[in-house]
Ligand binder design. Sequence first.
Ligand code: FNR
Length: 185
Amino acid sequence: MTTTIALFAGSLRKGSFNRALARSLIALAPKELKLEIIEIGDLPLYNQDFDDEGAPPATWTSFRDKVRAVDAVLFITPEYNRSVPAVLKNALDVGSRPYGKSVWGGKPGAVISTSQGALGGFGANHHLRQSLVCLDVAALQQPEAYIGGVNKLFDSGGNLVADDTESFLKTFLSKFAEWIEHNKG
Ligand code: FNR
C-alpha cells in the first residue's frame, strides 16, 4: 500500500537548499512512500474576511483540497530570525480555517529544519512544533532533524553529495513511515 506524504518547503528561493533537500527526500524515498511538494508561495496572506464571505481565493481551496487528501505532512524549513518563515506560517494558517474545518487535524507529521550555520534551525523547528500541537498534527519525536551546514551538502546542480546526510535522511524516512503507521486515523 502506498502512503502519500506532502512536503512543504519554507523557502521560495530558486536556489533554496530546503527545496533541494525536499527533492533529495523524494529521490531517496522507498517506493511505498509517495512524496510530493505542495507549493505554498502563491497563497494570498490569510484574511478571515474571504472565508466569512464564502469566497476564499481559488489557491486556498486547491491547497486545502491537496492537504486534505494526503496521509501525512513533512515540513522542511529554514530559520528566519529564529522562527518559521512567514510563507510557511501562512500556509499553516490557510489550512487551519474556516474554523472547525482545518485540513491538518489528525495527520501524522514531521519537521526537518536547516541552517547554513551550526544550529540547524533549532528555533524554527520548535516554533513550528508549537503550531503543530495546536493544529493536532502529531509530529515525529525521534530522530530530531536539525541540519546544519546545509550549504555544503549539495553540488551546483542541487544534488545531495553528503553520504552521512543521505544515510540520515533514509533513516529519518523509515522512522517517519513507522510513525505514520502508528498515528494515522
Ligand atoms: C535568515 N537566515 C537565518 N539563518 C539562521 O540560522 N537563523 C536565522 O534566524 C536566520 N534568519 C534569517 C532571516 C531571513 C529573513 C533570511 C532571508 C535568512 C539564513 C537562512 O537560513 C539561509 O539564507 C538559508 O539558506 C535559507 O534557506 P534556503 O532559501 O536556502 O532554503
